[in-house]
Write a protein that binds this ligand. Structure first.
Ligand code: CMC
Length: 432
């Protein structure tokens, strides 16, 4: 039994009374600090999937899932999506404060100076079978930067060296993502053009080609910039926790972020944006019987889940999904595309939201439900969607890695409750 008293909780186990300090965050969130529990009682805590475990304190992102609040460094996601650009938000996440005009110009200039990839990178790309999944390539390409920049391998280097790795990674990420796309299409690689801004440059390297000048469409560039901001950080999610735990061994930044990309790829996390479109296509091909698919998702004997629905922390609405849904309507109208998939998404959402199963479990559309529809309208193939999520999430991963290292946090190493065989004698082969 645990009863909380002011700033100390008391845990009674048998005849032991254990005092547990309670810590409080700046938004009033309370947590039991059990870090010394084992020393005093021999007990550990048990929480598969870390559903109710705070693995760190953090000053980067605040999220209130019940009220649908998301803030980066105290600024609301709605304000940032409306008023800032992606590199400004990246600066904010990594450095903790909004940049002055001068700071931002310098930051953007530094990023622009590092957009090129080493030419040897092309050899790595050439080794991939055409058609291999972009996320597998992205993981490997990010981690390969450690080979090109061995200065990043020394985790105890000065701040300047570490900042250079951060700048390089932010600068080269769009170039790598675009190269992956070109490889996928079998098209020649486009080099960065430093007169363009971050998102324009990415669009140029992706959709531009060597035969004619690519004209950036402002509607598309603005919409993509906004999508990147919406994905930029999300506190201790699966990929971010991965970056932190891998980085806690003091491995280099590129390796830690590459591990984050691996975690993001899964269909329960960032990979859901690809799966949503595949699901909507399947529903369309099946004649648009929404109820049938909602019923499938409710059937506990069927592994199918409604992709783009539900969230570990949002239990009311996902504020990012609301902004994206609005943006999807505007972008499609401006580009002049009517995508029947959007109609299917809206009807599916309506059917699910009116269903008791989804209401009782507080399952709402998440960030991935509508983002794929916009990426598709922009011309990205489905397999690139999670790469776009990674491009957006990059500054968040970096900021969380940097915070963890700045605070000199210990290596991540969870405990377990062992449930296997007790000690037994080895049985020689002839007796088995
Ligand atoms: N379709 C049908 N049932 C669902 C769904 C869904 N999409 N999501 C959750 N449930 C059910 C689940 O079966 C469980 O039911 P019961 O209580 O009867 O056993 C209940 O709702 C709670 O689900 P959970 O699996 O315990 O919740 P979780 O917090 O472990 O999982 C989730 C969160 C996002 C993995 C899950 O909702 C899911 O698999 N959603 C679909 C994949 C998806 O859209 N992922 C993107 C998440 S947002 C982008 C990001 O940041 O990663």
């Amino acid at each position: 039994m645990i009863e909380t008293m002011s700033d100390t909780a008391h845990l009674n186990v048998g005849d032991q009374n254990i005092e547990i300090p309670v810590i409080t965050g700046t938004e009033g969130e309370k947590a039991l600090d059990i870090s010394k529990l084992r020393n005093s009682s021999g007990l550990i805590t048990y929480d598969v999937g870390y559903k109710n475990t705070g693995a760190t304190t953090s000053a980067i992102t605040f999220l209130n899932g019940e009220e649908g609040i998301l803030r980066y460094r105290g600024y609301s996601i709605e304000d940032l999506a409306e008023k800032a650009d992606f590199l400004e938000v990246s600066y904010l996440l990594v450095n903790g404060e909004l940049p002055s005009k001068d700071d931002l110009e310098k930051f953007k200039k530094k990023i622009t100076m590092h957009t090129l990839l080493h030419e040897d990178t092309k050899n790595i790309f050439e080794a991939y079978p055409t058609g291999s999944h972009p996320m597998g390539q992205l993981m490997a390409m990010i981690s390969s930067l450690s080979s090109f920049y061995p200065g990043s391998l020394n985790p105890y280097r000065e701040n300047d060296e570490r900042m250079l790795s951060i700048i390089r990674l932010i600068a080269k990420m769009p170039t790598m993502c675009a190269m992956i796309y070109k490889k996928q299409m079998g098209h020649p690689v486009m080099y960065p053009k430093n007169s363009l801004d971050y998102v324009e440059n990415y669009l140029h390297m992706t959709f531009g080609n060597v035969t004619e000048e690519y004209e950036v469409d402002r509607t598309i560039a603005d919409a993509l910039d906004k999508l990147l901001i919406l994905h930029a950080d999300h506190e201790q999610n699966c990929s971010t926790s991965t970056v932190r735990i891998v980085g806690s061994s003091h491995v280099n930044l590129y390796a830690a972020v590459s591990a984050g990309v691996a975690a993001l790829w899964g269909p329960l996390h960032g990979g859901a944006n690809q799966k949503v479109i595949e699901m909507l296509e399947a529903i369309k091909a099946d004649g648009g019987n929404y109820q049938k698919w909602v019923d499938k998702a409710k059937d506990k004997n069927d592994p199918f889940r409604l992709m783009g629905f539900g969230h570990r922390v949002y239990k009311n609405f996902d504020p990012r999904a609301n902004i994206i849904k609005d943006s999807a309507d505007k972008v499609l109208a401006k580009i002049g595309i009517h995508d029947p998939i959007l109609d299917i998404a809206k009807k599916l959402e309506e059917t699910a939201l009116n269903d008791d199963y989804f209401k009782e479990r507080k399952l709402f559309p998440n960030v991935d439900f509508y983002s794929g529809i916009i990426y598709r309208a922009m011309g990205f193939p489905t397999e690139m969607f999670t790469v776009l999520f990674a491009l957006g999430r990059l500054p968040g991963w970096i900021a969380q890695w940097k915070e963890m290292r700045d605070e000199q946090q210990p290596i991540g190493r969870p405990r377990q409750v062992y449930t296997g065989s007790q000690s037994r004698d080895f049985v020689p082969m002839e007796n088995r």
